[in-house]
Design a protein around this ligand. Structure first.
Ligand SMILES: Nc1ncnc2c1ncn2[C@@H]1O[C@H](COP(=O)(O)OP(=O)(O)OP(=O)(O)O)[C@@H](O)[C@H]1O
Length: 955
């Protein structure tokens, strides 16, 4: 650029910092030019020979504003001493003279044509990246599994099935009740992630037992990139002292311990004063309820559940505290549906009939029966309604009989199963779990106890150390056994669970101080930080504690599957609690058989309990879904035996009766609700399809290639680190101050799910990672790469021919959660015209221009624009007309797709709601409202020019 080009008073715009607005030359001396940017109240000094700025020249016909905000349409442009004077009329026809020095500085050249004519030409690589981004973004947003593939998790069908079922609902309210350790936290995370990414939820509150706060924080962060803020009294007070009116307004994603909100009217009021979209409650069996005495925690959660639209309750043992409490929790989810306990009880019975029908359909002769058995057909009629049943029966007689049978089952489950509100996967259905091995260690009863046991309470009998006196460690035979066992298994991580914090404390001190065992403890009297430190010490792979000694709080929710040995220093009375304890090790990720060690005194209450759990209800070697029911049935006899000692005959009878009852209940469960639950919690074929769909959209190779370009263009340093991973570092040359998701200190990232699962120190880059979605939004939401100029050799075309490629997107301002992309048939509309207005869109493909296009130097490009402006502008207008002609068809196709999909969804829900009361009325209302909005918005959508590339044919 020649030095004389810069004349004070002229308006220029920065090529690299367009957000500064219109600049004005103030001085040009000593080969340096200073430009002030009044809108940004900033200035820049550049070397005159390579200043990254473009001259702003408005042609006649354009509209401009002066600094007083008066807008004119230019009718004449005069140049005087190198500066322009614009003359034009305002809306009232009054003439104004605007010297360019008086132009409004707050202009932004975002539209591609404006930027192009302002000389703001991007690199070809950026233009290509923009177009790629539009395509990838569209592909992701319209995928069926949009929002579900971003987690650092194994693709386990039972989890994805539930997540997909639930996440697509409006304000889902469900109870996730998979058996212990099958991944309810992960399911909740998947649902949450999907709701956040699709814009359906923004503000979320999670409340969990105090001992699980940190674990949830970490799981959400490392698995889903969701950063929750922990709220406790200290933090709330600190926020209030620094001026926050309501501490719960300080973050979008908040996590808190249940004891913090329980009975805490002030904090609950503050929570209620905020807007929330979703509430998640873990270990929901703590929400104890009875008609006359709901627990304070239940009451607190009920208040929140009444106002927060979406609710996820998690528990592995929904009936741990009885059917009443289970019912009450379902009532939290849907008070209208679960209004009567009586009716709820009746429904439980009715599931047997539905299941019998399903089993008949599944039987080998199911198809034949369906076609010929009138009784069977009548039953189907009564359950599905005549219209549906007749159609399905007719279908079954055609070729696609199996599909019709499956449809029948789906309808039955949809309409009469429990599936919509309650999901429960079992180990038996999920498969692939290691064995549980019970290793009882009978020990002599301490002399101090044997004579006195009769006077003790049940609690004392089950935790005998509490009555052995201060020096119980010295003569409790379980301690001596423990010393020896740990010594013999020095290199094996072991989890020990006992009921009380005092016992855990005493045992740990004894082992660590007197026996030199590397141990750690975990109980309710420790601070949360210390508990989590202890758990981390136990989990460490190099410097680890051999044994972690937990009180009962360690038996819930924690992940200790890296250990293989579980020692139960005592036994809990409740089978569900026993299952929770075993579940710490027997959970997803456990690679070995789980060894359950029970040190117990011979001929004691513990011996009785051990035999009852093992022989009576088989609760050690398998999960015992009937545990709670059996306990309720036999509690009196069992407790009597524990208190009074074993009367051999009564005991044997108890064992035999428990076995029989266990078989009966399990059979009933299998024939009734649980079988239906199991079937509706994971339909294997659909689940497998979902996993395939996630794998398909994962498209790793495309992502690697795409992100390589992004990092390259953004100025992020990238070094290959292995087959699938890369080391990323921010640099001083970055075009943006920050790249979302990229820490200031850099990071290592892998594109491989497998690697991400074993290398938690690496970020898992996938299409839903914040770095990827953030980069995409930065590109498509700004002018990045929306103009380009190149030369191209295309022999059939005469040299000098001008080609204009204009890319349009279907645009309408819509709330994100409506996800209009889902219905759009294509990401973009592309039009290529030559300077004579010939439409070459089909002949000249993007590949032609991408592969053959050659870079044009900036100065030459700007000259081309200046001289070719009129012609290009004319071609662009024609391109708009060509696109316009396609707009209607495009909208029609989007509206038609949306109508089909949404009508189907609404009709399905409406049909369901007639027979299945668990469809909430507001779900249907909202779906109808969404349908109306989507159709209206799509109908009003307009094609908007998103990017322009000008190519000059060279010889
Ligand atoms: N899809 C998955 N990929 C990788 N790890 C998983 C997956 N699902 C579960 N896990 C791991 O398995 C363990 C159990 O999962 P989670 O804590 O979600 O189970 P849960 O059902 O909530 O257990 P609990 O009943 O004890 O509360 C956790 O360590 C979790 O990180």
């Amino acid at each position: 650029m020649a030095v004389t080009d810069f004349i004070p008073g002229q308006r220029w715009i920065s090529n690299t910092e367009a957000e500064l607005g219109l600049g004005m030359v103030t001085t040009n001396a000593d080969r340096r030019v200073t430009i002030v940017y009044p809108a940004a109240e900033d200035e820049r000094t550049y070397a005159t020979d390579n200043a990254p700025v473009s001259r702003v020249e408005y042609p006649v016909g354009d509209t401009v504003s002066n600094s007083a905000g008066i807008q004119i349409e230019i009718t004449e442009r005069i140049e005087k001493n190198g500066c322009f004077i614009y003359i034009g009329n305002d809306a009232d026809g009054e003439e104004h003279i605007v010297p360019e020095i008086d132009l409004d500085s707050h202009v932004q050249f975002n539209r591609p044509q404006d930027r192009l004519f302002a000389g703001q030409v991007d690199k070809l690589s950026r233009y290509k990246l923009r177009l790629n981004t539009l395509e990838h973004q569209h592909a992701q947003q319209k995928s069926e599994t949009y929002g579900l593939s971003g987690g650092r998790v194994q693709l386990l069908p039972h989890q994805f099935y539930i997540a997909h079922e639930v996440a697509n609902r409006y304000a889902p309210r469900v109870l996730l009740a998979d058996e212990v350790g099958l991944g309810k936290t992960i399911e909740a995370g998947l649902i949450l992630h999907q709701q956040l990414i699709s814009g359906r939820a923004k503000r979320v509150l999670i409340t969990v037992p105090d001992s699980l706060v940190y674990q949830w924080l970490i799981e959400m962060m490392r698995r889903f990139n969701l950063h929750f803020s922990i709220m406790d009294d200290l933090r709330c007070t600190a926020l209030e002292m620094s001026g926050s009116e309501n501490p719960f307004d300080s973050a979008q994603l908040i996590l808190c311990g249940q004891s913090f909100i329980n009975n805490n009217a002030t904090r609950v009021e503050q929570i209620l004063a905020c807007e929330w979209d979703m509430l998640i409650v873990d270990e929901a069996h703590h929400l104890v309820w009875s008609e006359d005495a709901p627990s304070p925690l239940y009451t607190t959660i009920e208040m929140l559940a009444n106002v927060i639209p979406s609710l996820l309750l998690l528990t592995a043992t929904p009936e741990q505290l009885g059917l009443e409490s289970h019912f009450a929790r379902l009532r939290l989810l849907d008070p209208d549906r679960y209004s009567s306990l009586e009716q709820f009880r009746e429904e439980q019975e009715h599931y047997t009939e539905v299941n019998a029908l399903v089993q008949k359909l599944l039987a080998e002769n199911g198809i034949a029966q369906l076609s010929s058995d009138a009784q069977f057909q009548a039953e189907l009629n009564s359950f599905l309604g005549e219209e549906t049943a007749t159609k399905l029966i007719a279908d079954a007689q055609e070729e696609n009989a199996e599909e019709a049978i499956q449809q029948c089952i789906n309808h039955l489950l949809d309409r009469h199963g429990t599936g919509r509100v309650l999901f429960r996967n079992t180990r038996d259905a999920v498969h692939g779990f290691p064995q549980r091995i019970l290793i009882p260690h009978p020990l002599p009863m301490p002399d101090e106890l044997s004579s006195e046991m009769v006077d003790f309470s049940l609690d004392e009998i089950l935790k005998p150390e509490s009555v052995l006196g201060d020096d119980w460690l010295e003569f409790d035979s379980r301690v001596e056994w423990l010393d020896g066992w740990l010594k013999a298994h020095r290199h094996e991580k072991t989890l020990l669970i006992c009921a009380k914090a005092e016992t855990a404390q005493a045992l740990e001190e004894h082992l660590r101080l007197r026996k030199g065992v590397r141990s750690a403890m975990f109980h309710e009297k420790m601070t949360l930080i210390n508990r989590d430190r202890a758990a981390a010490y136990f989990a460490d792979t190099e410097e680890y504690a051999q044994v972690l000694i937990c009180s009962e709080i360690g038996s819930e929710g924690r992940n200790f599957q890296f250990a293989q040995h579980l020692i139960m220093f005592d036994l809990p009375l409740n089978p569900d609690l026993l299952e929770q304890r075993i579940g710490r090790l027997d959970r997803i990720g456990q690679k070995n058989d789980v060894q359950i060690h029970i040190p117990y005194y011979e001929d004691s209450a513990q011996a009785i309990l051990l035999r009852w759990f093992d022989e009576g209800i088989n609760a050690f070697r398998h999960t015992c879904p009937a545990g709670q029911a059996l306990f309720t049935q036999f509690e009196d006899t069992l407790v009597g035996l524990l208190l009074d000692g074993a009367d051999e005959e009564t005991f044997e009878t108890l064992i035999v009766e428990s076995q029989q009852a266990s078989q009966k209940i399990l059979l009933e469960m299998q024939q009734g609700r649980d079988r239906l639950l199991e079937m509706s919690s994971c339909r294997p074929e659909q689940a497998a399809q979902l996993i395939e769909s996630v794998e398909d959209t994962e498209n790793r190779h495309q992502l690697v290639e795409y992100m390589e370009h992004v990092f390259d263009q953004f100025g992020v340093d990238q070094q290959t680190n292995g087959l699938h991973s890369v080391i990323l570092q921010p640099t001083d040359q970055m075009i943006y101050h920050r790249v979302p998701g990229l820490p200031d200190e850099g990071c290592t990232a892998t594109f491989s799910r497998e690697e991400a699962l074993s290398r938690e120190d690496m970020q898992f880059l996938n299409w839903e990672h914040p770095m990827v979605t953030g980069a995409m939004e930065m590109i498509t939401g700004s002018e990045f790469g929306n103009t380009a100029i190149c030369t191209v050799k295309l022999p059939p075309l005469a040299p000098g021919t001008l080609l204009v490629e204009a890319v349009f997107v279907l645009y309408c301002a819509a709330p994100r959660h409506l996800n209009l992309q889902r219905y759009q048939p294509q990401a973009t509309v592309r039009v290529v015209l030559d300077n004579n207005g010939n439409n070459l869109s089909a002949i000249i493909t993007p590949n032609h221009l991408n592969k053959l296009g050659e870079r044009v130097k900036r100065h030459a490009a700007q000259n081309l624009i200046r001289h070719g402006r009129e012609q290009i502008s004319g071609v662009l207008s024609k391109a708009e007309n060509v696109a316009q002609a396609q707009q209607e068809k495009l909208i029609e196709s989007a509206v038609s797709k949306a109508t089909t999909i949404l009508n189907e969804e609404v009709e399905r829900l409406e049909a369901l709601s007639k027979v299945n009361p668990s469809i909430r009325a507001e779900e249907i209302t909202q779906l109808r409202a969404d349908r109306a909005s989507i159709l209206e918005l799509l109908g009003a959508a307009k094609l908007k020019m998103d990017a322009v590339r000008v190519a000059v044919v060279s010889d």
